[in-house]
Design a protein around this ligand. Structure first.
Ligand SMILES: [Zn+2]
Length: 415
């Protein structure tokens, strides 16, 4: 991550993975281009994001400006328009977004309702005593060699059984990337976790223990461990089954029935939980188009064509996309002159393809000529429009076949 001062304006594009899930955001500030993945996204979307990050990096290393990279990639399927933001914190804020689909995806990985794992979860937690919950620590003493034995928690067998039971019901899942978000906090007195947040907490507790001894002991002490089990058992008892996120309708607003299942116990379900709260998705306003060559604006979306015909060989060229006045005129003049010079030398081309290209170009350039002079470019060199077509000698090659056709007609009439 580059050391850009806070408050530096930036641009970003929203990248959507297959299945309409927002994978993350490609951003560009004046110095660099980078990728911020959405913390609650699926593993699949996360992997997609790595590929986008790599592409952005490579494009930047090839010499494109950071903003030029965004404009280039924004033409790809699944990538939204380029949006300006006051600073990178806006992107970070978006990346913390948690959607109802994210919740549904976690719940869909829980064991089926009739699985014995749910009974095991209930029995394992019911069997826990105060002694089991009062975790003692071993180690910490001086060894004969002089070294200090590292301290470690002594989990009782019943507590270990309860931990295993959480995994058994599927509440410990790779779909929650726990390391990227703050450690969950226990719900307040009289409140209950959201079911999806219970899965997030279970994952963070159990997987976190592998990296740092004492995660489980801490969660048992502060009540989070039991709160997870209470919520999961209530969710299971309510009889709801989660619709897999992939099969759910692509709505992103409004309450998700499964995500609020624990409210069946008439306890307010809001907690100060793991990541930022769910918010409706923001739809960024569509930005004005910018020139595909220089990044300047205003720009018009146009297509210019060229045709080449050499007896039996024919070539069709097309250059399309938003273009500013300067770049648009340059492309128009180049491709039109090329067609007037090389477009005539086969019968089909003479009567069909070359006139077609020329007429389409004249229609397209009218859109470009209406534009004001472009502002400063951001993504590359601006083309030199050069002199008008009528002042380019090669354009008059087109008169040869035209005169020849006229001559043949006159000859035919006279004959
Ligand atoms: Zn341009």
């Amino acid at each position: 991550m580059p050391a850009t001062p806070p408050g530096t304006p930036c641009h970003y594009v929203t990248v959507t993975a297959p299945g309409q899930e927002i994978a993350g955001y490609l951003w560009a500030d004046p110095a660099d281009v980078g990728w911020t993945d959405r913390r609650a996204s699926s593993v699949r979307a996360y992997r997609e994001g790595e590929a986008w990050a790599r592409r952005a990096r490579e494009a930047h290393e090839r010499g494109l400006t950071p903003l030029g990279v965004l404009h280039l990639l924004s033409r790809e399927p699944g990538v939204g328009p380029v949006v300006a933001a006051p600073d990178r914190e806006v992107v970070e804020e978006l990346a913390r977004m948690v959607t109802p689909d994210d919740d549904r995806r976690l719940l869909a990985r829980l064991a089926p309702r009739d699985s014995g794992a749910w009974r095991e979860l209930a029995e394992a937690f019911d069997a826990l005593t105060d002694e089991d919950r009062d975790v003692k620590w071993g180690g910490g003493h001086q060894l004969p060699s002089g070294a200090t034995h590292v301290a470690f928690p002594l989990y009782s067998k019943p507590l270990q059984r309860a931990v295993s039971a959480l995994s058994g019901v599927g509440a410990v899942t790779p779909e929650h990337r726990w390391a990227g978000v703050p450690m969950p906090v226990p719900p307040r007195e009289g409140q209950m976790l959201e079911p999806a947040d219970a899965v997030r907490a279970a994952t963070a507790i159990v997987r976190g223990e592998r990296f740092c001894d004492g995660h489980i002991a801490e969660s048992v002490k502060n009540g989070l461990f039991d709160a997870v089990a209470v919520c999961l058992r209530a969710w299971h008892a309510s009889g709801r089954t989660a619709v897999p996120a992939d099969a759910a309708p692509p709505t992103s607003e409004g309450p998700a029935s499964d995500a609020t299942a624990c409210e069946a116990t008439a306890v307010p379900a809001t907690t100060a939980q793991v990541p930022a709260p769910s918010r409706p998705r923001r739809t960024p306003p569509p930005p004005a188009p910018v020139c595909r060559f220089c990044g300047g604006s205003p720009a018009a979306d146009v297509t210019f064509r060229a045709h080449q015909a050499l007896l039996v060989v024919m070539r069709f060229r097309k250059t399309a996309g938003p273009m500013c006045l300067t770049c648009g005129l340059a492309v128009y003049r180049t491709l039109t002159t090329y067609t007037l010079w090389q477009g005539w030398w086969s019968p089909f081309s003479l009567f069909l393809f070359a006139p077609f290209a020329l007429v389409r170009n004249v229609l397209a350039v009218r859109h470009v000529r209406k534009l004001a002079a472009p502002g400063p470019g951001t993504s590359g060199p601006r083309y030199d429009p050069g002199v008008p077509v009528r002042r380019r000698p090669l354009a008059y090659v087109g008169l040869v076949p035209a005169l020849w056709v006229v001559g043949m007609i006159v000859y035919g009439l006279a004959g």
